[in-house]
Design a protein around this ligand. Sequence first.
Ligand code: CA2
Length: 145
Amino acid sequence: MKFLVINGPNLNMLGIREPHIYGSATYKNLTDKIEAFAREAGYEVEIVQSNHEGVLVDTIQAAYGRFDGIVINPAAYTHTSVALLDALKAVGIPTVEVHISDVSKREDFRQISYIRPYCAKTIAGHGFDGYTEAMAFLAGLEASK
Ligand code: CA2
């Protein structure tokens, strides 16, 4: 199993501000957790973070034929980006949408997710565990093929 984990804008700032929403752990803590989980499970994982929508689109396109699953937290682009939805549809790789916070309990503008219709599952409000739960879910999907 080879996973691509994609994180959108400002997630590199984790642990620096808004700990009441996103916790006090840092982005490095997040990538360490994902890598440790993958190592123990025998998965390969690549992790990309960008603040730029076009870079995220390029990253998804470059994944074509290279990964068994994508775990994506598009951050604010969740609520705005048709381009990310189109890119995910174009590559056709099974994808799980992850949010650290429980977006369903937040502002109205966070209730829209453009990528959700494409995703096999959305995990929100589980903190960093959402990322490892997403990888386990995608591995289960692949095993059931
Ligand atoms: O809950 C999530 O994971 C979000 O995707 C995080 C996004 C937000 O726009 C989504 O609605 C929900 C924001 C990420 C920004 O992260 C920060 C980290 C530290 C300080 C401030 C923001």
